[in-house]
Design a protein around this ligand. Structure first.
Ligand SMILES: NC(=O)c1ccc[n+]([C@@H]2O[C@H](COP(=O)([O-])OP(=O)(O)OC[C@H]3O[C@@H](n4cnc5c(N)ncnc54)[C@H](OP(=O)(O)O)[C@@H]3O)[C@@H](O)[C@H]2O)c1
Length: 413
């Protein structure tokens, strides 16, 4: 007879599922700063359905969506997860995990108990007519982000996932290295290779905002691996040097410019100052390259602060691809640049199974580094998300040890 509850770092025999678990929860009545909103509680381990798997989490990756979930904006995540029949009084954060499969539903064929896996965050209804018709599940009406739009995320001893989310863990990575890159890396993969004909080609210049951060540090590597020329934008020389180590041809320090945000109206006298700022930023890209070539792809996620500049500097016929609005959502598009220069402004969100698997294979093949920066203990889950929300995390992706008892552990003790 197994135990009802294991302490953190205490590994149950493989396949033995306790009744309860420790988990980092947000609740609607404490939405706000992540430090206070995300708290550890003991709750029941969830039941799994026929297409699902239960994964014992060794390490979890820190992502900005957990910050949004903790703040309760722009959406109340407990209201979203209600759509899938999940609990409405709490939400377990976390959309990246590495761990071991402890149980599978009766319809599951792709993984079995004991498999070491990483979990990607794309979920959808397996019987969604869009999906069964063979179309991109990333565009399905039932598409959702596990651990953000759904309840049972990775900051818990056990997480409930759809079995297709499980991918093989690279066996040379520690648990925390393996947990760090999948959400950001596979998102970057869709942004850079999912929107033909604007996929990265040899020689293409790609401007990467936040190039030392979660998305950006992996985007730089994906562009370089495809033979493109990533130009990094960062806020310090230290971060710029880090981006260069990952493959950027050079970097621009955005602190050298001040024209950010929504520009003045096109016919206002102040617009000229904005235009001068945008032009000198464009020149800085050419200075990095040593030639007058503009980006065929601009990889954007800050949103409000950067989109007017991104659209201005993209090359004729180029694409600005965006997956977030970290600095705000009221982006302004001067359509003159869009139509006259026939540019494309493309939204992108997460990824599908093929894109996640392609990115994971690049990790397994050693083509991208997981860019794990710092590792925190389970008890500091709220604190690390506070640092992320305040923009105070150092370079790279961040991992949190859940059941992995100590850093650097390659497999179960
Ligand atoms: N839709 C999706 O599928 C998806 C998937 C993953 C992430 N996201 C979202 O993408 C965003 C970034 O995620 P991340 O993991 O890369 O976060 P991150 O690790 O915090 O990195 C974001 C980087 O953006 C830069 N940045 C922040 N504010 C900026 C501003 N006002 N102007 C220019 N650059 C700014 C910062 O770099 P510097 O200070 O060095 O410039 C920062 O390092 C978040 O909002 C996240 O929720 C969306």
């Amino acid at each position: 007879m197994g135990k009802d509850l294991y302490e953190l770092g205490e590994i149950p025999p493989i396949g033995e599922v306790p009744r309860q678990m420790h988990a980092q929860l947000v609740r609607p009545d404490r939405y706000g700063d992540p430090e206070k909103a995300i708290q550890s509680e003991v709750i029941d381990v969830p039941e799994i359905g026929p297409h699902e798997a239960l994964v014992m989490v060794m390490a979890a990756g820190v992502n900005f969506n957990n910050v949004w979930a903790a703040r309760g904006v722009p959406v109340d995540v407990t209201k979203t997860q209600a759509r899938w029949g999940e609990p409405t009084d709490f939400h377990i954060v976390g959309s990246d995990a590495s761990g071991v499969v402890y149980a599978v539903g009766e319809q599951v064929t792709n993984v079995q108990v004991g498999d070491r896996v990483v979990v990607h965050a794309g979920q959808w209804d397996h019987d969604d007519p869009w999906v069964t018709a063979g179309k991109d599940p990333g565009l399905a009406g039932s598409f959702r982000v596990w651990g953000y739009d759904t309840c049972w995320g990775s900051f818990a001893q056990f997480c409930k996932v759809q079995a297709h989310q499980c991918l093989p863990k690279a066996n040379f990575l520690t648990w925390e290295e393996a947990a760090a890159p999948t959400l950001t890396g596979a998102t970057a993969y869709r942004m850079l290779f999912g929107w033909p004909p604007h996929t990265v080609q040899p020689g293409d210049v790609v401007l990467v905002w936040g190039a030392s951060g979660g998305l950006g540090s992996l985007a730089v590597q994906l562009v370089a691996d495809a033979g493109g020329r990533p130009v990094a934008v960062v806020s310090s020389d230290q971060k710029g040097e880090y981006a260069k180590e990952l493959g950027a041809v050079g970097y621009i320090n955005r602190k050298d410019f001040s024209h950010w945000g929504v520009p003045p109206k096109w016919d206002a006298p102040e617009w000229k100052d904005w235009f001068a700022g945008a032009k000198s930023f464009g020149k800085a890209i050419w200075d990095v390259l040593g030639e007058k070539t503009s980006p065929r792809i601009v990889f954007d996620h800050p949103g409000e602060d950067t989109i007017p500049t991104s659209i201005f500097v993209a090359d004729r016929g180029g694409m600005v691809v965006i997956c977030a609005g970290t600095s705000g959502f009221d982006t302004m598009v001067d359509v003159r640049y869009l139509w006259f220069m026939q540019k494309r402004y493309q939204g992108s969100h997460l990824f599908n199974d093929e894109q996640a698997a392609a990115f994971n294979q690049m990790v397994i093949d050693g083509k991208v580094q997981t860019t794990l920066g710092t590792v925190y203990p389970y008890e500091q889950s709220g604190h690390v998300h506070q640092l992320m929300g305040d923009g105070e995390l150092p370079e790279g992706n961040v991992g949190v040890l859940i059941n992995a008892p100590k850093e650097g552990l390659l497999d179960l003790p």
